[in-house]
Design a protein around this ligand. Structure first.
Ligand code: R5P
Length: 265
């Protein structure tokens, strides 16, 4: 791996722990003004300094993120679909590498849709992005998307998707946590982070998910709704961090959350 690429990846996956807490705020690229992300600047500002990396689109980065931020950017560069359109899988690359470099990003991210009619198109998007990423020393994060078919989140499907992403050269992969998650990680030769998915019922569920994923081999989370849809997002991200970076148990992290949530929204 080229020096620049390794250096950028080390900004995201912290060398001190080998782990990362990424904050996903890219949902609007197909969902529009998602609940509690209606005003991205307001959502992002109190949280960004607690994240090891922030994952926005270029539109949200330019309009809603302070350019003085020290938090590395993982830029979402695929899209072109919407939640009301015919298929979420019909994505293309929306943002050039020149743009990504201009915005000083630490990595770029795209979705792949294995098993759909757009499998070939989205896998070639990944291959093309890796070719450019290798040229410029910018890592590529592949997101194993399931679109509206949340039921596809099982070890068989996610192992297949993650492995294909790694084989095509993705430098790290984002997927969902599932039963037998160690099989997903075991078959994927690059680091794996998990998405949080739709909001869970309780903070304990979020922390349990984080703990399970880390203890079964994930290097971290790229979490969105379960942090910023919380009534106490700043406390939520700190509790998640404590599990990811400081090996907190679920109980200890929940105690931390309870203690912090009274201090600040
Ligand atoms: C989905 O394709 C987006 O990349 C989201 O950023 C991702 O699903 C992570 O967010 P959440 O934790 O809300 O699922």
């Amino acid at each position: 791996m080229d020096w620049g690429l390794q250096n950028r990846l080390a900004r995201i996956i912290r060398p001190a722990t080998g782990r990362t807490v990424m904050l996903a705020v890219d949902h609007g690229y197909f969902l529009g003004p998602t609940s509690r992300l209606e005003d991205p600047r307001e959502t992002i500002a109190p949280l960004v300094s607690y994240a090891d990396a922030l994952m926005p689109t270029r539109g949200v980065l330019r309009t809603s993120v302070d350019p003085k931020t020290q938090t590395p950017i993982v830029l979402r560069v695929s899209g072109g679909t919407s939640i009301i359109g015919p298929s979420l899988a019909d994505e293309e690359i929306t943002t050039t590498f020149e743009e990504a470099i201009r915005m000083n990003v630490s990595a770029v991210a795209l979705s792949i849709f294995v098993g759909t009619e757009y499998e070939h198109q989205t896998l070639m998007n990944l291959a093309d992005l890796v070719n450019e990423g290798e040229t410029y020393g910018i890592p590529v994060l592949a997101v194993t998307a399931v679109g509206k078919e949340l039921g596809k989140r099982d070890a068989r499907f996610l192992s297949l998707s993650c492995r294909i992403a790694a084989e095509l050269g993705a430098h790290f992969v984002k997927t969902y946590y599932c039963e037998d998650f160690e099989k997903v990680v075991g078959g994927c030769p690059v680091p794996v982070v998990i998405a949080g998915g739709p909001k869970l019922d309780t903070m304990k569920d979020v922390l349990q998910l984080t703990h399970d994923a880390i203890s079964r081999g994930a290097v971290g989370v790229d979490m969105g709704r379960n942090i910023w849809q919380s009534d106490h997002p700043v406390a939520a991200i700190q509790a998640v961090r404590a599990i990811v970076h400081e090996k907190y148990t679920v109980k200890k992290a929940l105690d931390l959350f309870e203690g912090l949530k009274g201090k600040r929204k």
